[in-house]
Design a protein around this ligand. Sequence first.
Ligand code: MN
Ligand code: MN
Length: 237
Amino acid sequence: MFIHKKELLHPVHVTSPDPKFAEFLLDAFGGATGELKASLQYFTQAQHTDDPQLRDMLMDIATEEMGHLEIVAHLIEAHSSGAVEEKAFESTLFSIRGKGPHLLDSQGTTWTGAYVDEGASPVRDLRADIAAEAGALASYEAMIPKSPDEGTRKALIHLATREVTHSRMFMEALKSMDKLDDPMFGDLQPDDTVNLVFNLSQTENPKKDGAAPWLLANSKLEYIADPEERRRTAKAQ
Ligand code: MN
Ligand code: MN
């Protein structure tokens, strides 16, 4: 069950309301990298796992993300209403839809369940969750320097910080399964190309060609500089 407490997870003090900034904030509310997507993704995934600790972690984070959604909602409301209602009409979106949050992103695109990435395996889910947190963090990092006042900036820094923590939690969960740096899971028996890296963007300039050193440094990967040659040899055999 859920109980709503009438207090925010982090204080929100807006002193320079700015409806154009409220449009940016919509990405964190009804966007592909937003808090609603995050909350519903982790909530849905939690129902799929039989591991009580993984389930608990996913439910904890899903619940915290709902608290984040509430903070973002308050920020959007504060930046699109009150003393600036007239100014809000400078924003096409708020002049048509009214003040406060809407299930839209900053471009006016409607939120969709297709943003939610879940299913098939906890390993796959946790990888999707790391990507979700990266998306959320990137969005907040883009918004923070544009914050019109200190209160908004502080609230966004808190939200961004928690996404870093969530990423760490998902990484630790993968680590506990020995899957943090192993892309294999399930029953797949790979074919003989599993360790091969093909040079498929070629140039005559040797300085601009070749495998990235970090790619091969600590892995079993083998760089095939001339994939055509390899194909010819393989055919001949
Ligand atoms: Mn969040
Ligand atoms: Mn998060």
